[in-house]
Design a protein. Structure first.
Length: 313
């Protein structure tokens, strides 16, 4: 998907064995405010502030996802999707100025209903100019836990440490900016797991607070490439440009229990040889075990869905 500023239109191209025609689309409204309001509502759902039951939560998510499908995906592209849905094994979204929260979409048209897009097959994202790696590493694992973090965040790190690197000292976490930027600059790690909140502001962009300082995407600047700011793409783009083989982040604040379930299941499945795409689907299913929590839909994955963990050092 590309944005054409001269026509103020999005251009969709479904790359398949038959390569159907490109579909141009001029959205009837700016989707930004609508998506931001939806994200705020999902924050409340994840925090348990909505008062919805499990069935009401599911209904809300399905209706919101179906509405986005109808409003943001042009009719011709929806037809192309349903013509091929039965044979799709993986879907990678390659986008420029992406206006669609793909992970939230619930494809639904007359005679068609197969669940959320991310329930049907592995859905990952990519960015132009970046070639996803087919090999991932979980070792050495490093963990970022800002000082003053909630007990649940520390418990998450401890669970991941025991799973991935039980020989690592329990207190060997990164809590300050300088050690973090030094580690990223050295590249001497396989996995970098953040157990903290990302703060997003339309003007200031995204940041993670480490004590009194802000860790922002611009601190990942590589070879003069400019950061792009929106809720998550700034982080994804900069980590990928800095050399990451994959990036996983959440579109809204996630609940502690479900986020721990997601990460634990993801890493366990990768350790057992599953591909990134299949491991993410299994992790979503594990996180969805709490039916009134939308955390399982929050995660966006940048990477090759066929990538696997390297068995060599």
């Amino acid at each position: 998907m590309r944005y054409d500023p001269s026509q103020q239109a999005y251009r969709f191209e479904f790359r398949d064995e038959d390569n159907p025609n490109e579909v141009p689309s001029s959205l009837a409204y700016d989707p930004g405010p609508v998506v931001e309001q939806l994200i705020a509502d999902l924050d409340s759902l994840a925090a348990g502030r909505s008062g919805y039951s499990a069935d009401q939560t599911r209904d809300y998510l399905v209706n919101a996802g179906a509405r986005l499908w109808q409003q943001l995906v042009p009719g011709q592209l929806r037809e192309q999707f349903w013509d091929r849905q039965h044979r799709i094994r993986q879907l990678t979204i390659l986008a420029d100025k992406d206006a669609v929260p793909w992970e939230l979409l619930y494809p639904m048209d007359p005679g068609h209903d197969a669940g959320f897009l991310v329930e049907q097959f592995p859905v990952t994202r990519a960015v132009f100019g970046w070639r996803p790696g087919r090999t991932l590493r979980l070792q050495p694992a490093r963990f970022v836990l800002p000082e003053g973090s909630l007990h649940e965040a520390a418990a998450e790190v401890e669970t991941m440490r025991r799973l991935l690197d039980p020989g690592q000292a329990p207190g060997a976490v990164i809590s300050e900016l300088t050690p973090l930027t030094n580690l990223i600059g050295s590249g001497t790690f396989g996995l970098l797991h953040f157990a903290c909140h990302n703060t997003y502001e339309p003007v200031g962009g995204s940041c993670i607070r480490l004590g009194d300082v802000r860790f922002t995407p611009t601190l990942l600047e590589v070879a003069g490439l400019a950061a792009t700011y929106n809720r998550l793409d700034g982080w994804a783009n900069k980590f990928l440009e800095a050399g990451a083989a994959a990036f996983i982040g959440s579109l809204w604040a996630v609940s502690d229990g479900a986020s721990r379930e997601f990460a634990q299941e993801l890493y366990r499945r990768l350790q057992h040889g599953l591909t990134l795409g299949d491991a993410v689907m299994a992790a979503r299913k594990a996180a969805a075990s709490t039916p009134d929590d939308p955390t399982w839909l929050a995660y966006t994955v940048y990477g090759d869905p066929r990538a696997t963990i390297s068995q060599s050092p």
